[in-house]
Design a protein around this ligand. Structure first.
Ligand code: R5P
Length: 292
């Protein structure tokens, strides 16, 4: 198998190549003056198996088109098998038709990736398994929740609790797993989102967190409101230090400020979205999944 890194994930591509002990395929990616994308594989690939590494964080649509171009070219050039590693699978929050007439955008992404020629997909902490269940090609979810929890546990925590800021299926699974990895307790809050305004409401509940450290584990921070709501509830209940370990740090607008002012001491994410706070790598996850 050979590996190629897409324009959104050059560092991650190199880390995955290193973790799997494989060489990166040389490629050229650029934008024309009018903004159109250009991509070229710089070596013959006929008959090869290829792993494409490209995360779909913002600008999602540009990164998606880049990925489609890479798959299309690989297929055209005779690659025998194309596996995608797309740690942040954009549009996965649109996992259902919540309001009549809506585009099921997660399924549009599925159709595009499959139709252009992908043979398998690996992603990390997908928002909902409903998205992956619609794929006809093998589609796998990996989790960084354990490593994120371990990052904070290594600081030495006081009787930690791992908390999900909502109680959806995947959120519950993630905290259960993270808590197991660091041998801690876990719990979930309940959150509701207004499908028209996007406003979210998090419900307070009895949690025995007084004097304890808490790690909030989630898949995404976008506006920061979900994490900030949870942190405010925890502070009111007397939690000591509050940390947030979140796989995909999209951090739009003043998200970080909002979260910090709600009492979160440190936010850490993965290199699914490159940035200063992306201290945990998802490369070992895909390496472990693909190693024979
Ligand atoms: C949604 O339920 C997800 O699991 C995240 O909690 C959510 O997407 C975070 O979004 P925001 O930071 O905008 O509240």
């Amino acid at each position: 198998m050979k590996i190629v890194e897409g324009p959104s994930s050059p560092e991650l591509g190199r880390r995955v190549a290193e973790a799997l002990g494989l060489e990166l395929v040389e490629s050229t990616a650029k934008r024309f003056p009018d903004g159109e994308f250009y991509f070229r594989y710089m070596e013959p690939l006929s008959g090869e198996e290829l792993l494409i590494v490209q995360s779909l964080y913002p600008p999602q649509d540009e990164h998606l088109l880049e990925l489609l171009a890479m798959i299309h070219a690989a297929r055209d050039l005779g690659v025998s098998n194309i596996t995608l590693f797309v740690p942040y699978l954009a549009y996965s929050r649109q996992d259902e038709r919540y309001l009549e007439g809506e585009c099921l955008t997660s399924d549009l992404v599925r159709q595009l990736l499959e139709d252009v020629g992908a043979d398998a997909l690996y992603t990390v902490d997908v928002h909902s398994m409903k998205v992956l269940r619609r794929y006809r090609i093998p589609a796998h979810n990996l989790t960084a929740a354990g490593e994120l929890a371990r990052y904070f546990a290594e600081k030495g925590l006081r009787d930690p609790l791992v908390l999900a800021p909502d109680d959806e299926e995947m959120a519950r699974q993630r905290v259960r797993y993270a808590a197991e990895v660091i041998d801690a307790e876990y719990d979930c809050l309940r959150k509701e989102r207004d499908r028209y305004t996007g406003e979210i409401k998090t419900y307070a509940k009895e949690l025995s967190v007084e004097g304890r450290d808490v790690i909030i584990i989630d898949d995404i921070i976008s506006t920061g409101r979900t994490t900030a709501n949870a942190a405010r509830i925890l502070k009111e209940l007397g939690a000591a230090r509050i940390y947030a370990g979140v796989t995909h740090l999209l951090l739009r607008g003043n998200a970080l400020e909002l979260i910090k002012s709600a009492g979160v001491e440190e936010v850490v994410g993965t290199d699914s979205v490159p940035g200063d706070l992306s201290r945990v790598s998802v490369a070992p996850l895909i390496a472990e999944a693909l190693e024979p």
